[in-house]
Design a binder for this molecule. Sequence first.
Ligand SMILES: Nc1nc2c(ncn2[C@@H]2O[C@H](COP(=O)(O)OP(=O)(O)OP(=O)(O)O)[C@@H](O)[C@H]2O)c(=O)[nH]1
Ligand SMILES: [Mg+2]
Length: 339
Amino acid sequence: MPSFIDEVPIRIKAGHGGPGAVHFHKEKFVEFGGPDGGDGGDGGDVILIAESRIMTLEIYLPDRLYSAMDGEPGSGNERHGKNGEDLILKVPVGTQVLDAVTMELMYDFTKDEEIYKIAKGGRGGKGNTFFKSSTHQTPRFSQPGEDGDDFSVILQLKLLADIGIVGLPNAGKSTLLSKITHAHPKIAGYAFTTLSPNLGIVHRTNDMFRYTVADIPGIIEGASQGIGLGISFLKHIERVQGILFLFDGGNLNLVDELEMLRNELGTYNPILLEKPFLIVINKMDIWDDPGFTEEIKDTYQDLGEILFISADKELNLEYLLERIDKVFFPEQTKIIYEN
Ligand SMILES: Nc1nc2c(ncn2[C@@H]2O[C@H](COP(=O)(O)OP(=O)(O)OP(=O)(O)O)[C@@H](O)[C@H]2O)c(=O)[nH]1
Ligand SMILES: [Mg+2]
């Protein structure tokens, strides 16, 4: 399945069991009372829970240790040590957990609120009370706690793009992605800066809904025949809800460029031609004449809806996002905006 992979290796450690106590109760006039050392507490477990509100694994730091609490030692008077607290880690639905050594799949989260106990805490040790018997009235030993599970895993999440940004090299696709999401793609004033797709997440209306945006490499005429960077990366946008065709307003040849882009897309997979799209003209900041936008709109209105932005100067970006909501996500946003 075409996807972007969000992946992070982490170390998981369940709590160590607390040691059992060696203790004898004290009574007046009796040098040694009977044994009364309590058991140690169990170590905490590490538990993974899927939560649909979480979209990425970016909360996890690579190679960090995530550990549950150790059990506390037992004590006199047969007091049981406190159990170590469990560590609960939230992951997005769709997360797969792989053993970092064998790369075997340990678990696959498919539903919200699904729970997987990934690491079990060590059992607490028995206190010396436990070892008292008719032949052994005063055991002076107890058990240590057991080790908790401790190993490394890889959390991996496949993200599908909801929106694709398509355009010629240098149109400002990566700049746009960097302004509407937290992604940091490479941006530069030459062609083919982006060599493989970048993905970012747009958070809308107080985070009530989110979608992913893919910035893909520039496309030139003949890309479907392997010119430039080719078009194999289009697999990443085969399933999008909509396409933003982005153009460089400083060097605009709208009709020919749109036709060329759509030809290349259609050659790869005709389904891409059926996707809703918006025509977005970037770099409007370099125009002196404010009437220019109206002129373009009038002239090219048959091509589709045309928007004007400056990604770099952040002009009209909120308007662009509103149009994306309405045009590409009419169902989701109806609920949010019309209630
Ligand atoms: N004046 C102006 N320049 C912009 C704007 N947006 C992007 N640029 C510049 O255009 C150049 C190309 O930007 P990128 O975002 O790397 O373009 P791209 O479409 O991702 O290019 P490729 O990855 O090569 O296909 C950079 O020098 C940007 O700073 C804008 O709104 N106004
Ligand atoms: Mg780029």
